[in-house]
Design a protein around this ligand. Structure first.
Ligand code: ATP
Ligand code: MG
Length: 676
C-alpha cells in the first residue's frame, strides 16, 4: 500500500492537472511574483544598507569637516582679537605709561570690571567669547588679569601662564588647563625701536558656553562636545538639552553615534581631551527608514508594472490557447459537421491535456474515415460494375423471356400432352422474371445522383429493393411481411436515391437479425392526409439509447470493419430531408427496431401513362412502331411479338438506319436500346 504522503502528492498532482491553464498561469504568476519579490527585496535591502552607509559616511564626514572649519575660524578670531587689541591707541598709550612708571610689584593685579586699557565698546563687541585677558611685562611675568565677568582663573593656570603665553605667541593654542581645555592667543607689544615692552594673552575655556555660542561650530542637528579621552566623560557640549556634561559616552552608545573626533591637534598633542561630533541614532534611523521606504516604494512600482505586464501576457496567451483548444475540440467533436457545441462534455485536465485528447480523437476519427472512404469508393466501383453487368445480362434475359413466352403461346391451353412442358416453361419464365427483377434492382441502386427529381412510385421502389434484398438473402431464414396499404404512393424525388434509402433500411434490418432463428421484417405503407408513411419493423437486436442517439452520425457504425461504413442512416436522413420528409426511429435493445419514414405525396401532374389508364375513352390508332436494337435475336423476337398487335412495325439494327427511316416517315413509338 502506498504511503499516505504519496497519496496526498498524487491527489494534489491530479487536482493541479485538472485546473485550467489560466488558473495555473495565475498561480504560477503569484508564486513567481512572491519569489521574485523576496529575492529583489533581499538584494534591495542589502543595497539600501550599503548605500545608506556610504551616504551617512559622506554626510557625516562633510559635517565633521564643516565643524572643524568652524572651529578653526573661531581660533583665528581669537588671534585677530588679540592683534586688534594691541593695535588700539588707548592700549598703546597705557603700555607706554606703564613702561615709564614701571609695573606694579607683587602678585598680578586682577580686574573684575573693565581695565583702563580696554575700551568698553570694544569689549562688548570683540570679547564676547574671550573670557580672560592677561597682560605680561617685558619679561613675560603676569602683571594684570582681566576677568570678563566670569569665575576667577584657576591658580594652576596662572602659575603656568608665562610658559603658556610663550607657547601661544602669534598662534592659536589649546591647553589642558585642569579639566577644561583653554584656547589661547598671545601677541607681543613692541616700542618704536622694536623692543618688546609687554605681552597680551587672550584665554577662553572651551566649555559648554563656548560651544553653545561659538557661531557655526554646531552644524544642523549634530552635537559638538568635549570629552575626556581617558574616561570618555563629556566635559562640555553644544547641546546640553540633548547631551549633558558629566555623562559617559560609553553609556550613551545607543542614543548617540560619535561621528568625528579629528580636533585638538593644536599645539599640545598629548592633551587627554577631545572635541568630538555626535549624531543622535534616532535621527540616523529615521533617515535610514526613509531611504528604505523610498526604495521599497520604487521596488513596489517596478514589481507592479512588471507583474501587470507579465500577467497580461500570460492571460492573453492562455486565452488564445483556450480559444484554439476549444476550436480543435469542437472540430474533433463535430468532425466538421458544423454542429453547435452545446453537447460537448467539458473535458478533464487543462487546455494542453484537452488539446491532446482532441488530437487523439481526431486522429482516430481520421483513421476511421479513411477506412470508410476506401470502403465507400470500393462500393461505388462495385455499383458501377453491377450496373454494367446488369445491362449486359438484360439483353439475353429479354431474349430468353420472349422465347419462353413465344413457346408458351404456341402450346394450346387445352393440350394435355404438353402440360408438363407448359409447367416447365412457366417455371423457366418465373426464374427469368426473378433474374430480371434482381437486375432491375441492381440498376436502380447504381443509378447516379445527378438525376433530376421526378414523380416516383414509392411502392415500386419498395418492391424493387425488396426483390433485390430477398434475392441476396434468400438462403437466410427471414420472413418478409409486405403490406403496401397506401392508396397513393407517388412522391417527388429521385428513384435512385430512394432506392438507396430503402436498401439501407432493409440491410440494417437484416444485419440486426443476424443470429436470430425467426427473423422477421415487416414492410408497411399507409396514407395519412398528404403523407405516405413507410414503416420497416424488425425483431432484431435493437439498439441501446446511446447507439440510437448516434445512428445518424456520419461514420458511426457498430459493425465490424469492412461491413459497415456508418454512412447509411446519415445519407438516408439527408435524402429524406431534401424531400421534406422525416425519419423516426424507435428501438428496444434485444427486441427490435422500427424505422418510420414519412414523405409528402407528390402534388404535381401524374405520369402520362397513368392519365391514359385513368381516362375511359381514348381511341387506339394503328401504331407506327420502330424497334432499334443491335442484338439480332432480340430484335427479331421483339419485332415478331409486336407484329401480332400492330401492322406498322419496322425493325432496324442501329442508330444510322433508324435515322434514315425516320426521315422517310413519322413513327408513333420508337423502342430502342440506349446502350448499343
Ligand atoms: N434496424 C436496426 N437495428 C439495430 N441497429 C440498427 C438498425 N439500423 C441501424 N442500426 C445501428 O445504427 C448504426 C448506423 O447505421 P448506418 O446504416 O448509418 O450504418 P451501417 O449500417 O453501420 O453502415 P452502412 O449502412 O454505411 O453500410 C448501425 O451500425 C447499427 O448499429
Ligand atoms: Mg446501414
Amino acid at each position: 500500500m502506498p504511503a499516505p504522503g504519496f497519496a496526498i502528492v498524487t491527489g494534489a498532482a491530479q487536482v493541479f492537472r485538472s485546473l485550467s491553464l489560466t488558473i495555473k498561469a495565475t498561480a504560477l504568476l503569484l508564486v513567481m511574483g512572491a519569489v521574485i519579490w523576496s529575492v529583489l527585496s533581499y538584494f534591495q535591502a542589502r543595497d539600501t544598507k550599503a548605500a545608506l552607509r556610504t551616504h551617512l559616511a559622506e554626510e557625516l564626514a562633510r559635517r565633521a569637516h564643516d565643524d572643524r572649519r568652524a572651529f578653526d575660524e573661531a581660533l583665528e578670531e581669537h588671534r585677530h582679537s588679540a592683534m586688534l587689541m594691541i593695535s588700539l591707541r588707548v592700549f598703546q598709550e597705557y603700555i607706554e605709561r606703564l613702561d615709564s612708571r614701571g609695573w606694579e610689584a607683587g602678585s598680578p593685579k586682577v580686574f573684575s570690571s573693565s581695565p583702563p586699557w580696554l575700551a568698553r565698546r570694544f569689549l562688548r563687541r570683540e570679547f564676547r567669547n574671550s573670557r580672560y585677558l592677561l597682560l605680561f611685562d617685558d619679561l613675560g611675568r603676569v602683571r594684570q588679569i582681566f576677568n570678563n565677568g566670569f569665575s576667577p582663573l584657576r591658580e594652576q593656570f596662572v602659575d603656568s601662564a608665562s610658559e603658556l603665553m610663550r607657547q601661544s605667541l602669534q598662534r592659536s593654542f589649546i591647553t589642558d588647563a585642569g579639566k577644561t581645555p583653554m584656547l589661547l592667543a598671545a601677541e607681543s607689544i613692541s616700542d618704536a625701536n622694536g623692543s618688546t615692552r609687554a605681552y597680551l594673552m587672550l584665554a577662553t575655556p572651551i566649555d559648554t558656553d563656548f560651544l553653545m555660542n561659538a557661531h557655526g561650530i554646531s552644524v544642523t542637528g549634530d552635537i559638538v562636545a568635549v570629552r575626556d579621552a581617558n574616561t570618555n566623560e563629556i566635559l562640555a557640549t553644544s547641546r546640553p538639552d540633548l547631551l549633558s556634561e558629566g555623562v559617559f559616552i560609553g553609556d550613551q552608545a545607543e542614543r548617540f553615534m560619535v561621528v568625528g573626533q579629528s580636533f585638538f591637534e593644536y599645539g599640545a598633542l598629548d592633551i587627554p581631551l577631545q572635541l568630538i561630533s555626535l549624531q543622535e541614532t534616532a535621527d540616523v534611523e529615521t533617515l535610514a527608514s526613509r531611504m528604505a521606504a523610498e526604495a521599497r516604494q520604487d521596488l513596489a512600482l517596478y514589481a507592479l508594472a512588471f507583474g501587470g505586464a507579465f500577467a497580461l501576457i500570460v492571460l492573453w496567451i492562455a486565452r488564445r490557447l483556450n480559444l484554439f483548444t476549444h476550436s480543435i475540440v469542437r472540430m474533433a467533436e463535430n468532425k466538421g459537421k458544423g454542429k453547435d457545441d452545446s453537447d460537448i462534455v467539458p473535458p478533464d485536465g487543462d487546455e494542453i491535456a484537452v488539446l491532446q485528447n482532441a488530437f487523439d480523437k481526431l486522429m482516430r476519427e481520421l483513421d476511421t474515415q479513411q477506412r470508410a472512404l476506401l470502403h465507400s469508393s470500393k462500393l461505388a466501383s462495385i455499383g458501377e460494375l453491377a450496373a454494367g453487368v446488369a445491362h449486359e445480362i438484360n439483353n439475353p434475359l429479354n431474349v430468353l423471356s420472349l422465347l419462353i413466352s413465344e413457346q408458351l403461346r404456341r402450346i394450346p391451353d387445352n393440350d394435355r400432352r404438353d402440360t408438363s412442358v407448359r409447367r416447365m416453361l412457366e417455371k423457366m419464365l418465373d426464374a427469368v422474371e426473378r433474374i430480371a427483377s434482381i437486375v432491375e434492382g441492381l440498376r436502380t441502386y447504381a443509378r447516379t445522383d445527378t438525376a433530376e427529381s421526378t414523380n416516383v412510385d414509392l411502392h415500386k421502389v419498395v418492391n424493387s429493393s425488396l426483390s433485390l434484398v430477398k434475392a441476396i438473402y434468400s438462403k437466410e431464414n427471414i420472413t418478409f411481411d409486405v403490406q403496401l396499404k397506401a392508396d397513393k404512393s407517388t412522391v417527388f424525388g429521385q428513384e435512385g436515391k430512394l432506392n438507396q434509402v430503402l436498401m439501407n433500411y432493409l440491410t440494417n434490418a437484416h444485419d440486426a437479425l443476424e443470429g436470430r432463428l425467426n427473423g422477421r421484417i415487416l414492410v408497411e405503407t399507409e396514407n395519412d392526409d398528404d403523407l405516405i408513411r413507410l414503416r420497416i419493423v424488425d425483431n432484431g437486436c435493437g439498439m441501446s439509447e446511446e447507439i440510437a442517439a448516434r445512428m445518424f452520425d456520419a461514420f458511426f457504425t457498430t459493425k465490424p470493419p469492412g461491413q459497415g461504413t456508418g454512412l447509411g442512416m446519415g445519407i438516408a436522413h439527408s435524402i429524406i430531408d431534401d424531400m421534406d420528409g422525416t425519419i423516426e426511429v424507435s428501438s428496444h435493445e434485444g427486441r427490435g427496431s422500427t424505422v418510420i419514414t414519412a414523405l409528402p405525396l407528390s402534388t404535381g401532374d401524374l405520369p402520362l401513362l397513368e392519365l391514359c389508364a385513368d381516362g375511359a375513352d381514348f381511341e387506339v390508332l394503328p401504331l407506327r412502331l420502330m424497334i432499334v436494337d443491335d442484338e439480332p435475336d432480340l430484335r427479331e423476337l421483339l419485332g415478331g411479338a409486336m407484329a401480332r398487335y400492330t401492322e406498322g412495325v419496322t425493325v432496324v439494327d442501329g442508330g444510322a438506319q433508324a435515322l434514315i427511316r425516320l426521315r422517310e416517315q413519322a413513327y408513333d413509338v420508337v423502342i430502342t436500346d440506349l446502350k448499343m
